[in-house]
Design a protein around this ligand. Structure first.
Ligand code: KG4
Ligand code: ZN
Length: 345
């Protein structure tokens, strides 16, 4: 029998609610917080306060113009982490209270897992194994995914995440936050060979990343070449294209190396940076060499509740640990969280 799943996401600055009928998204609302633009990055305290207002409005709107009645929801799911703790607490506790008050089973969902599975939203089942590259504002991770909810971490950033580097370089160039989509746009008209920005290698760790160096090299490049006047429009476009090329080539090189060495022919790239057009083009080239390359639909690349609901669907259908009879209690942690090291958590 099909199940209506109501899902919530609030791990960073997006508040989102989604409704799925099993693996199919019926409705998705996302509210983004513009205020962080003024600061060139997320202000966690502001983010959690805005979530409090947004989540009430969003859920009200959701049910006002929705066919679905609350009593027909079979499962509630929410992002448990990793993410900004204040932001997480708002969405997670709202969702849990919603479930408790209506006596609906509740499921905690891991944010990284939901990014990974966002590549498959709309599919009833998934073919394994595949390699997953998760590239977002807080994470740069490579996993082998052997089966449902069986992941092995094989590479990660040692410092900044790729999205963080996009955001910080955008800030140096005086561009808006989040910087990734702005750089992506400007780079389309830029010369990617304008300057070669170096990306660090990690000795002995072929699948690990380091993006703090490239950030510094952009800063020194700007100080040296534009000590007084800011770069003009053309120069900004060229810097964006050169920086984007350096980051994407590095993501590609290490992911491709991992896939080749491990003999995995399917690569799924998810997280906010997976919306990047140059990245999509670069990875898609691999299809000529018999690789299968999967991305989420662009609207599912950045944080959204549809991926949370879809992960909950997969858990309820395929996870051995999921007990469909689970009743919500304030103290239970019904979903096995992956133990993932992350500095923001
Ligand atoms: O997955 P996400 O919404 O949040 C986290 O879990 O961190 O990712 C947000 C990140 C931001 O750093 C943003 O600049 C980046 O994804 N991003 C992009 C693009 N769209 C979003 N980076 C590069 N190109 C894009 N088109
Ligand atoms: Zn995310």
């Amino acid at each position: 029998m099909s199940k209506n799943i109501l899902a919530f996401e609030s791990s960073c600055d997006e508040t989102s609610v989604a409704l799925l009928k099993d693996f199919e998204v019926q409705k998705l609302l996302i509210s983004s917080q513009k205020i962080h633009n003024e600061f060139g990055g997320i202000v966690p305290e502001l983010a959690s306060r805005i979530h409090i207002t947004n989540i009430n409005h969003l859920t009200d709107n959701f049910f006002q113009d929705s066919e679905i009645k609350k009593k027909n929801i079979g499962l509630v799911a929410a992002t448990q982490g990793p993410g900004l703790i204040g932001s997480l607490l708002v969405g997670y506790n709202f969702a849990k209270s919603f479930a408790i008050s209506l006596d609906i089973p509740f499921l905690s969902v891991n944010h990284i897992q939901s990014h990974i599975y966002s590549c498959f939203i709309g599919l009833e089942k998934i073919d394994f194994p595949f390699l997953a590259l998760v590239v977002s504002g807080g994470h740069t991770l490579i996993y082998t995914v052997e089966d449902y909810f069986q992941h092995t971490l094989i590479g990660q950033t040692q410092d900044d995440a790729a999205g963080e580097a996009f955001d910080k370089v955008a800030k140096m160039l005086g561009l808006n936050y989040p910087g990734g989509p702005v750089i992506d746009d400007l780079a389309k008209d830029g010369d990617e060979n304008f300057h070669e920005f170096p990306v660090s290698e990690i000795k002995g760790k072929d699948y690990d990343f380091s993006f703090s160096g490239i950030k510094t090299s952009v800063l020194y490049f700007l100080k040296k070449n534009f000590p007084i006047n800011k770069p003009n429009e053309r120069e900004i476009k060229n810097i964006c294209a050169s920086f984007q090329k350096a980051i994407v080539k590095d993501l590609f090189k290490k992911t491709f190396k991992a896939a080749s060495q491990l003999g995995i022919k399917t690569i799924c790239i998810s997280g906010g940076v997976s919306a990047n057009s140059y990245l999509r083009k670069t990875f898609t080239e691999l299809e000529k060499n018999n690789f299968k390359i999967l991305f989420p639909e662009k609207k599912y690349s950045t944080d959204n509740a549809a991926m949370v609901g879809y992960t909950a669907y997969l858990a309820s259908k395929f996870s051995k640990e999921f007990k469909s009879k689970i009743k919500c209690s304030l103290f239970e942690q019904p979903f096995p969280r992956l133990d993932m090291k992350h500095k923001h958590y």
